[in-house]
Design a protein around this ligand. Structure first.
Ligand code: FE2
Length: 247
């Protein structure tokens, strides 16, 4: 009896249902710093379903030279995962493959002959270095936009050199860059500063997308824990996001 009550208390809650689609995670096994094997991917996918998501778009890192992925290989591995998830009876819909493209020294070359895996066939998800600013990175985003791409910046709350009160973040917003914050930031998973910035960005009305950025079962457990957080649940009710327009 006591055990049953204990278990029930710690069941994940489907608070992310209003978002519908998770559009940022690393669940193709062994292609980046995400999932290490199919079993781990399937476990994470089951957690995404349990916390309320109906669909997921998977976004492996493309980063030179750390993750030298190529699009054809990623699409092949994506289809393999999808098949295995189907066989295992995973209920969340694996609804698309994108990429998380690092704006780095290799990005300019990528722009010469662009072939991006786009989120929902529409958006290019990009990220900056988590440690240091790269000169000219905003210009590279602008070049990408000039080529006709819609750009989403992944987790702007996590860059120590980007601040909500700072000119640069505002300029990115004015430049038409969409912002995606990580849901785990709202619970302090990446520290107090990222948490504060995530809430400030929400208050500014600067957040179009929410992503889980799930890499492995540790993230999945954190997500499951966060699903019991009433404050986060209220955020999901209060603000409107574009996640459920994706597919
Ligand atoms: Fe990511």
């Amino acid at each position: 009896m006591f055990l049953n009550l204990f278990r029930r208390k710690y069941q994940p809650r489907p608070i992310f249902a209003p978002l519908g689609t998770d559009m940022h995670c690393h669940l193709i096994p062994k292609v980046d710093d995400g999932s290490k094997c199919v079993e781990e991917s399937l476990e994470c996918l089951n957690t995404l379903k349990a916390v309320g998501y109906k669909k997921v778009i998977i976004t492996p890192h493309f980063q030179h030279p750390r993750f030298p992925n190529n699009e054809d290989d990623i699409v092949r591995r994506y289809n393999e995962l999808k098949q295995k998830a189907g066989e295992a009876g995973v209920e969340i819909e694996i609804a698309g493959i994108g990429g998380e493209y690092r704006i780095d020294s290799g990005f300019a070359a990528r722009l010469e002959n662009p072939r991006f895996l786009q989120v929902a066939g529409k958006y290019v998800l990009v990220e900056f270095s988590l440690h240091q600013q790269m000169m000219g990175s905003d210009e590279l985003i602008f070049d990408l936009q000039m080529k006709g791409y819609e750009v989403i910046l992944a987790h702007p709350e996590r860059y120590p050199y980007l601040n909500v009160q700072g000119l640069r973040m505002e300029q990115l917003k004015n430049q038409g860059v969409y912002f995606q914050i990580n849901v785990l930031s709202l619970g302090g998973f990446y520290g107090e500063e990222a948490k504060r910035k995530a809430y400030e960005m929400l208050e500014q009305g600067w957040v179009e997308f929410m992503g889980t950025d799930t890499h492995n079962t540790m993230y999945a457990q954190a997500l499951s824990d966060l699903s019991r957080d009433r404050k986060v649940e209220k955020v999901l009710e209060k603000y409107t996001f574009l996640n459920n327009t994706l597919l």
